[in-house]
Ligand binder design. Structure first.
Ligand code: ATP
Ligand code: FE
Length: 336
């Protein structure tokens, strides 16, 4: 079958047509990222307005690249939750409107389920159950994916999401004022800055939740430590308010390291729990990592080391499928 997928949960208007074998027949994506950068963050009514203005052309472009018409698809899948309500409503309304117009079934999609299942599109050896870590701008979730519609939630963030911390801290550092980083997401900018660190251990960050035996996450403490380091640097160098601090690369490396370490530590707990409770067969130990922060190569390296130690296979979808897109929504429609 052929499914048309629509995504408008946050700041990307995405559409794609995918078949049962996971072939992407057509796709289009309009990112509002650069516009929101100017405002220092996403302002929901502005995001909604941009979705409203772009949805039709994005869907038309996806169909055009596939040389298809809405009549040719079997159903329309659309993200209905979670996300910014104002943004979600544009996709949902448009998807339902198409369904009514062309007499097609409407498949409501959970955005995080779509992030989790994308990995199965390219890898048809990836069978349920598997462990999945979703790290993005709005979430940090560790779950056992047991079936398309059955997830055993093992842990989530008690406060911020890791992508949110990267975005806020990149903004606090004024990284977008440096031309090299001006078009990147906060997370991407911090990854590149960190890769240039001369002394990645210059700044100390306290590891979080070490004494807790569950699989939950917390990032707010390290975020506050990061801000305190910046303030100390600003005082030390007597910087003007719009100056970038000199040791910015080392500071980014410190943050990226402590976040990676925390993610690995919590996932390790999850792996131990899964083994003790026989939730994943020992001959099929797989960790899927997805969501925008999964694009980070340092984080992926940390998770790879953990997987090697505990006999897991690490599966990471290609970067453009880790961040928001219409393809994962269409694929989730196929799975459903
Ligand atoms: P959610 O899926 O939770 O609703 P979202 O859809 O806004 O949130 P995604 O599009 O999945 O999030 O991911 C965007 C996030 O990924 C941003 O916070 C961004 O900073 C982060 N990100 C992107 N690339 C990288 C990278 N290389 N390193 C770290 N973080 C990254
Ligand atoms: Fe997302």
């Amino acid at each position: 079958s052929l499914i048309l997928g629509i995504e408008t949960s946050c700041d990307d208007t995405g559409c794609a047509i995918v078949d049962s074998e996971g072939n992407i027949l057509g796709e289009a994506l309009n990112s509002q990222h650069l516009i929101h950068l100017k405002h220092g963050g996403i302002i929901p009514p502005i995001a909604q307005d941009l979705h409203r203005r772009n949805i039709e052309s994005v869907v038309t472009e996806a169909l055009k690249t596939a040389s298809l018409n809405v009549n040719d698809v079997d159903a329309v899948a659309t993200t209905v939750k979670p996300g910014l309500p104002l943004s979600l409503t544009i996709g949902t309304k448009y998807g339902k409107h198409l369904c009514q117009l062309y007499n097609k079934p409407f498949i409501p999609i959970h955005h995080m389920e779509a992030h989790a299942l994308t990995a199965r599109m390219h890898d048809n050896t990836l069978k349920f159950p598997f462990l999945v870590l979703l790290i993005s701008g709005g979430h940090c979730l560790l779950a056992v994916a047991q079936a398309v519609d059955r997830f055993l939630l093992m842990g989530q963030s008690c406060d911020d999401a890791p992508g949110e911390v990267f975005d806020k801290m990149a903004r606090r550092l004024k990284l977008k004022d440096i031309p090299e980083y001006s078009k990147m997401s906060g997370g991407q900018a911090i990854e590149v800055a960190a890769s240039k660190a001369t002394d990645p251990l210059q700044f100390h960050f306290t590891p979080t939740l070490l004494q807790y035996r569950d699989c939950n996450f917390s990032f707010a403490g390290n975020k506050n430590q990061f801000v305190r380091h910046i303030i100390a640097q600003e005082r030390k160098y007597e910087l003007s308010p719009d100056a970038v601090i000199p040791d910015v690369n080392n500071l980014c490396a410190g943050l990226q390291f402590v976040i990676t370490r925390h993610l690995c530590h919590r996932v390790q707990r999850g792996m131990e729990y899964v083994a003790l409770n026989g939730l994943i067969p020992p001959d099929h130990k797989t960790l899927v990592v997805s969501g925008g922060v999964a694009c980070n190569n340092f984080v992926a390296c940390g998770l790879q080391i953990l997987c090697n130690e505990l006999g897991y296979k690490l599966v990471r979808p290609p970067h453009k499928l880790c961040t928001d897109n219409g393809v994962m929504i269409a694929w989730n429609g196929i799975e459903r």
